[in-house]
Design a protein around this ligand. Sequence first.
Ligand code: ASP
Ligand code: MG
Length: 405
Amino acid sequence: MGLIVQKFGGSSVANAERVMNVARIVTDTYAKGNDVVVVVSAQGDTTDDLIEKAKEINPNANKREMDMLLTAGEQISIALLSMAIEKLGYKAKSLLGWQAGFNTNSVYGSARIKKVDTKRIKLELQKKHIVVVAGFQGLNKYEDLTTLGRGGSDTSAVAIAAAMQADRCQIFTDVDGVYTADPRKVKGAVKLDEITYDEMLELATLGAQVLNNRSVEMAKKYNVVVEVLSSLERKPGTLVKETVKMEKMLVRGVTADKNVARISIIGVPNIPGIAYKIFGKLAAKNINVDIILQSVGRNDTKDITFTVAGDNAGEALEVLNTLDFLAGKTIECDNENVAKVSAVGAGMETHPGVAAKMFEALFEADINIQMISTSEIKISVLIDKKDADKAVNAVHDAFLPDSAD
Ligand code: ASP
Ligand code: MG
């Protein structure tokens, strides 16, 4: 018995049958004697569809109006789920983000939660209601609606769990947990019982779709244990927490990110301040730079190569074109043919030789490495995109050879 926060994503509430399925999960949890707060996303592709509708009318729509539009998706879900819960004979109360106390900053489209005032939620729980909260939304100081950015409902759920000190935060989705690699691409991929916040953050940032990375940051900050599990099968999922049993697992996940562009600037002056000026300008435009490689200077010039998300390549090139000292220099951009393959594991921090083993696996698969970057718990290599799936399999097999059984 305790307080449980359960979040259901868009696919879990996509149609009437799925909404009833969610109502059964929620009411079963309540019937076991728990207080339950449910957070839901918009049904199926609703958010994408609303974005399309806006584009038909004004592709450069004001962000405030976009948020006004997009919050409607979650409003539909909370009403329908509450109706479903009542049909099963339980009391439910739906709350929009502002009614549930979500105060955010004023950045429309990617607002940050400042505070969750849980007064109303607590009141409804005292009245023995199952509380159904609209994810992804809040209210700013102008009393205007805001949204938290795509996939933001995960963050809403973790924020409620943190503010209410819930006993558990369960994120239900259409996969049954976090895998060592994409199971559609890697035969031996297995579901993990546990993963650390840091590992999950790296994997979420590398494009593993299971959890939104802001939600993981928040869970880490407030030490909320998150369970990722399937809304369609009733079985335990993956726990995301501070520390996990290390076992012999040096690597806990292998991913391929194909949304990568490699940009090279040839022959920049070999003097102080060049990297600062280039990367400072990119940062000012909020362009995240990942792997950076600078050659040793020769004959007064040096080359700088770096990667950015494929979606940001165009903007990055525009920024470079505004820099006087790059005028006339050769700038190459490959947005088509590169991929980043990464191995993530908290265990590698204390074990030497992980990088060497990864490089050996790639060598044996005859895959050329273009760039390398490492952090305490991650090794990434940039390779030819056509080799990406082969590389993930090779690295996965090298570190997780027994995972298939
Ligand atoms: N409905 C929003 C989206 O699709 C929020 C969410 O699903 O978490 O991004
Ligand atoms: Mg959604």
